[in-house]
Design a protein around this ligand. Structure first.
Ligand SMILES: Nc1ncnc2c1ncn2[C@@H]1O[C@H](COP(=O)(O)OP(=O)(O)O)[C@@H](O)[C@H]1O
Ligand SMILES: [Mg+2]
Length: 360
C-alpha cells in the first residue's frame, strides 16, 4: 500500500444473517480525494461507510487505514469524522459546545480547544451563532455545525452519509458548493454517500457506483458518464438511448454492432468484445448530431420527427427508430437554424466515438 492510498477495502463482505449486503468489495481511497459512493437505496453504501467508521464490522475481508488493518481499532481511535443526514447534534449544548465536544473527548488543552472551536466556526461562517442551541438554527445551519464538528479535530478522513438529503434543492446546491470549497481548503479526504447521481457527478474526484452490494465501477465523473462498463451504470447516470443487438464484427478500426432491428452501428475499438456477443449500445442524446453536422458521421440516418419539446436552452427531439421508439436527440437551434416541425424528416448521426457498448 503506497502513501497516496489512505484507506483500502480488501475482499470485504458483510452479511446480515444469510443476506449479503456488501459483496467482495475491493476499493482504494486516495489521500485527499473526494470519493462518492453512489447507488440506489439498499445497495450497501451506508454499510460500506459504517465498516470504515468502525460502527459495523466486516463478515470477511480486511479494511486498512494508513496501511494498518483497523479491525481491532475502536471507532474513536480511528481519527475519522462522521456526518449523517439527521445532524445528530447535542440539543442541550450550544453550537460552540457541540464543536468543543470531540476535542474535549480527545483531552485537548483548554486554550487549544477555544482556538479550534473559533476556527471551526469561521470555517462554516457561523461565528455569530456560537451561543445558540441547535433548535434555534435552520436545517442548513445545523448541517454546517455537524460538518464543522466532524472537521474540528483534524481527522484523516471525513465520512458523510447523505448529509444534504434533508435539505431543499436550492439549499442543497449551495451546500454542495460550500462542501467542495471546504474540501479544497482543508485537503481532508472525504468519502461521501449519495443516491443522487447529479450530486455525485458535480462534487467528486471519483465516483464508486454500487448496486445490490456490488461495486460496479469506480472512476472520475467524465469516465463514469462517457465510458460506463455496465448497463446499470449507463442507465443510472445521466440519460441514454439504448439499442440492443449483437457484435457483428471486431476489427482493428473498431467494432460493428447489428441491432435486433437490423441497424448497423459502427463504434471505436472497445476492449473485451467478442463476435456474436449480445450487447447494449448506449448513445447520449447530446452526442447525436443533426443536419449538416451529421454529414461526417460514421453512423447516419434519416427519419421524421415524432415529437419536439422546446426547453429553452435545448430542444428534445423524439425519433421512432426501429428498436427504440423513444430515441432522443438533444439539440440547440440558435440563430439562423429553424427548429424543425413535427413530421419533418431530419438527417441525424453520430461518430464512432459516441456509442458505448456494454455486455447485456
Ligand atoms: N442492521 C441491519 N440489519 C439487517 N439488515 C440491514 C442492516 N443494515 C442494513 N441492512 C440491509 O442491508 C442492505 C444495505 O443497506 P445500506 O447499507 O443501508 O444501503 P444504502 O445505504 O445503499 O441504502 C439493505 O437491504 C438493508 O435493508
Ligand atoms: Mg444509506
Amino acid at each position: 500500500m503506497t502513501d497516496d492510498i489512505i484507506g483500502r477495502y480488501e475482499n470485504v463482505s458483510k452479511f446480515y444473517g444469510s443476506m449479503a449486503v456488501v459483496k467482495n468489495l475491493n476499493l482504494d481511497i486516495r489521500r485527499g480525494e473526494f470519493l462518492s459512493l453512489l447507488g440506489p437505496s439498499g445497495s450497501g453504501k451506508t454499510t460500506t461507510l459504517m465498516m470504515l467508521a468502525g460502527l459495523q464490522s466486516p463478515s470477511s475481508g480486511h479494511i486498512f487505514l494508513n496501511g494498518r488493518p483497523i479491525e481491532t481499532t475502536p471507532p474513536h481511535r480511528r481519527n475519522i469524522g462522521v456526518v449523517f443526514q439527521n445532524y445528530a447534534l447535542f440539543p442541550h449544548m450550544t453550537i460552540a459546545e457541540n464543536l468543543a465536544y470531540p476535542l474535549k473527548a480527545r483531552r485537548m488543552a483548554r486554550a487549544d480547544i477555544a482556538q479550534r472551536v473559533q476556527r471551526g466556526l469561521e470555517m462554516v461562517k457561523l461565528q455569530p451563532l456560537a451561543q445558540r442551541r441547535p433548535t434555534e438554527l435552520s436545517g442548513g445551519q445545523q448541517q454546517r455545525v455537524a460538518l464543522a464538528r466532524a472537521l474540528v479535530f483534524e481527522p484523516s478522513i471525513v465520512l458523510l452519509d447523505e448529509p444534504l438529503g434533508a435539505l431543499d434543492r436550492q439549499l442543497r446546491e449551495t451546500m454542495q458548493l460550500e462542501l467542495k470549497q471546504l474540501h479544497r481548503e482543508t485537503g481532508v479526504t472525504m468519502v461521501y454517500v449519495t443516491h443522487d447521481q447529479a450530486e455525485a457527478m458535480t462534487m467528486s474526484d471519483r465516483v464508486a457506483v454500487f448496486n445490490d452490494g456490488k461495486l460496479l465501477q469506480c472512476a472520475p465523473p467524465p469516465e463514469i458518464y462517457d465510458r460506463p462498463t455496465s448497463a446499470f451504470v449507463a442507465e443510472f447516470v445521466g440519460e441514454s438511448n439504448r439499442l440492443s443487438g449483437a457484435v457483428a464484427a471486431v476489427d482493428e478500426g473498431g467494432c460493428t454492432v447489428t441491432t435486433d432491428a437490423g441497424i448497423a452501428i459502427r463504434t471505436r475499438p472497445q476492449p473485451g468484445l467478442q463476435r456474436g456477443q449480445a450487447v447494449f449500445v448506449y448513445l447520449r442524446p447530446e452526442r447525436i448530431l443533426v443536419g449538416g453536422a451529421a454529414a461526417a458521421c460514421e453512423n447516419r440516418h434519416e427519419a421524421p420527427i415524432a415529437d419536439a419539446i422546446f426547453l429553452g436552452d435545448h430542444t428534445r427531439l423524439r425519433i421512432e427508430l426501429p428498436g427504440n421508439r423513444d430515441f432522443t436527440i438533444k439539440q440547440n437551434f440558435f440563430g439562423e437554424t429553424r427548429p424543425p416541425d413535427l413530421g419533418d424528416r431530419i438527417v441525424f448521426g453520430w461518430t464512432a466515438e459516441a456509442p458505448q457498448v456494454v455486455p447485456v
